[in-house]
Design a protein around this ligand. Structure first.
Ligand SMILES: Cc1cc2nc3c(=O)[nH]c(=O)nc-3n(C[C@H](O)[C@H](O)[C@H](O)COP(=O)(O)O)c2cc1C
Ligand code: SF4
Ligand code: SF4
Length: 273
């Protein structure tokens, strides 16, 4: 069986899970094509799904959904009745309604969703001083990822004929979720920028920016395009791209989410089959 494993990963967490899944699917007998859809250019290429018997989609959770760029890209696909599975990395806070809403998009595009999974991972905003899920994903998450691939593979081959069950529906409208998404800029008050610092002008920040927001020349992000993924800050070899210090807001974030750091650390990877 030939599988296409797509993933979006700005700071590498989802990519780590994708790598484990690739190996586990291959060990189960699949021929896997790993396809990184993070760069802007990759999402513009037409994807030929004909050679594949099944497709896997991986993304981080951004404000309770798959990132906008991923949702938009999914809407360009023709699922042709193929089986697919989903997986998400998330920073220890909200997950709902990501599984439900992403499955809805994929089904509307003609896919049959057979499984899903979520994996705790270091929160992107730890770059700015938060302390959510540091050190994750770890060996326990990788073991869960392996199990997820093994069980999903049986659904892909038909050895297990089931499709995934219902996910908890959401009462939030797309407009409300858009407003929640916009709220990230209340936390990230200073978009990635170089300020007065010199750099080697390697252009990596501009080339890797998934939304086309980063202009390496002045070292500035365009607020209209930026999705706050912090890939540019994470990947800058000279470490000169900065954001605002978010450490002051960490205690308030925990209070708002009604969770402690200890409770958060106990969260485990979950497989939905
Ligand atoms: C803009 C933005 C929004 C996020 N929203 C959530 C969220 O709603 N819930 C959560 O638990 N983590 C959230 N995170 C954390 C990421 O889901 C998490 O760090 C993820 O593993 C990043 O994946 P990547 O390294 O593959 O980019 C958010 C991160 C960013 C950048
Ligand atoms: S990635 Fe960093 S070093 Fe490279 S151009 Fe951008 S700011 Fe400069
Ligand atoms: S400019 Fe914005 S969208 Fe582009 S990599 Fe940086 S944070 Fe992500």
């Amino acid at each position: 069986m030939k599988l296409l494993l797509n993933y979006f990963s700005a700071t590498g967490n989802t990519a780590k899970i994708a790598k484990v899944l690739e190996e586990a699917f291959a060990a189960a007998g699949a021929e896997v094509d790993l396809h990184d859809i993070t760069p802007y250019s990759r999402r513009r290429e037409k994807i030929e799904l004909k050679p594949y018997q099944a497709v896997v989609f991986g993304a981080p959770i951004h404000s309770w959904r798959a990132p906008r760029l991923v949702r938009e890209w999914m809407r360009t696909l023709d699922g042709q009745g193929k089986k697919c599975s989903m997986f998400f990395s998330y920073g220890g806070f909200g997950v709902h309604p990501t599984h439900y809403s992403t499955r809805k998009i994929l089904e509307e595009q003609g896919f049959i969703v057979v499984s899903s999974a979520e994996f705790p991972a270091s929160h992107t905003f730890n770059i700015g001083g938060w302390r959510a899920m540091a050190g994750r994903p770890d060996v326990t998450d990788f073991a869960a990822a392996k199990e997820y691939a093994e069980r999903t593979y049986k659904r892909f081959t038909g050895e297990d004929p089931a499709v995934t069950g219902e996910f908890e529906k959401t009462d939030y409208t797309e407009e409300t979720l858009d407003a929640i998404e916009a709220f990230r800029f209340k936390v990230l008050t200073q978009l990635p920028g170089r300020g007065g610092d010199d750099c080697s002008m390697c252009m990596i920040c501009e080339e890797l920016c998934p939304s086309g927001a980063m202009n390496a020349e002045p070292g500035e992000a365009d607020k209209e395009k930026c999705i706050a993924c912090l890939g540019c800050v994470h990947n800058c070899p000279d470490s000169v791209l900065k954001i605002n210090d978010m450490s002051q807001g960490w205690a308030l974030k925990l209070q708002m989410e009604q969770i402690t750091e200890d409770e958060m650390r106990k969260k485990k990877s979950r497989i939905y089959l």
